[in-house]
Design a protein around this ligand. Structure first.
Ligand code: ADP
Length: 273
């Protein structure tokens, strides 16, 4: 048994499913025997998730890894409340989301979850500030407070001076920083990042991981899907999926500091100009 130091235990890999053996009181995400089948026509069923049990506690920075088709996106869609499991239990901040109505689910998604995508998913006709304000549209937040909170979120990602720029006027890394600010603005319980560096060069990827590490150190809980071991090295725990199961779940013994990596770089053209 592996003790993750966060109150849950897991069987070691060997191709077997691993997962917690008890409910963790303060878990932000707790899934138990989560299964998802996709039915293709009358006879074909794809078992995309075949019984996933795991939990994420506040302050963790979890990397989800695994080969293509192993169930990572399906898992993220379920914990992001974008889809419902075929069976199993999902508690988000202690709330059983599998029994909620679509309206309640959407409300919970908006208040408890922040999303960061590979393709940034910013609205092109809105400037950075307006994009960051979007998740607050349905939360009953006053216009003035929306504005203030969006500016603070842009400040947190070092981009407040680009508040009035549209996405097309920003680099890929800057667009992803706007998307990170947008994910933060409702102070979610967990930020879900799906290949957030997948469209970025390696230098910009390190910068983005530096921002995510800083947010994590300030208390944000993050679950991030990546194909790249280098990117997982910035996280504090790696969960590996294979064939719809979690096959290993390990704390990272040597977390790489993106700030340390960046401190060894020569200045970029932009910085030295
Ligand atoms: P990953 O993100 O690790 O690449 P996915 O979760 O996308 O894996 O896919 C897991 C399995 O489920 C794959 O066999 C995939 O083909 C299948 N799958 C994913 N989404 C659907 C869908 N909407 N309909 C049918 N099969 C799907």
């Amino acid at each position: 048994m592996l003790d993750h130091g966060n109150g849950h235990l897991a069987e070691s890999a060997n191709g077997r499913a691993v997962g917690p053996d008890k409910t963790v009181a303060n878990a932000v995400v707790q899934v138990t025997d989560l299964r998802k089948d996709y039915r293709l026509g009358a006879d074909v069923v794809v078992h995309a998730l075949r019984g996933v049990s795991m939990c994420v506690v506040p302050g963790e920075f979890v990397a989800i890894m695994g080969p293509s088709g192993s169930g990572k996106s399906t898992f993220m869609n379920l914990i992001g409340c974008l889809d419902r499991p075929t069976s199993g239990v999902y508690l988000l901040d202690g709330v059983d989301v599998t029994s909620l109505s679509p309206d309640k689910l959407a409300e919970l998604r908006g208040s408890k979850l922040g999303f960061i995508f590979q393709g940034f998913n910013l609205l092109p006709r809105m400037d950075a500030l307006e994009n960051v304000m979007l998740p607050m549209m349905y939360g009953g937040v006053s216009g003035h407070e929306r504005h203030e909170r969006a500016r603070a979120a842009l400040q947190a990602v070092g981009l407040v001076d680009r508040a009035s720029h549209r996405p097309s006027e920003l680099s890929g890394g800057q667009q992803q920083r706007v998307a990170i600010a947008r994910s933060l603005v409702n102070a979610p319980s967990v930020i879900l990042a799906d290949e957030p560096t997948g469209n970025l060069d390696s230098r910009t990827s390190t910068e983005i991981m530096g921002i995510l590490q800083a947010l994590n150190q300030a208390g944000a809980t993050i679950v991030l899907v990546t194909h790249e071991p280098d990117i997982a090295g910035y996280c504090s725990r790696t969960v590996a999926f294979k064939d719809g199961l979690v096959v290993s779940d390990e704390p990272n013994r040597r977390i790489v500091s993106a700030a340390d990596v960046m401190s060894g770089w020569p200045p970029s053209d932009e910085e030295s100009a």
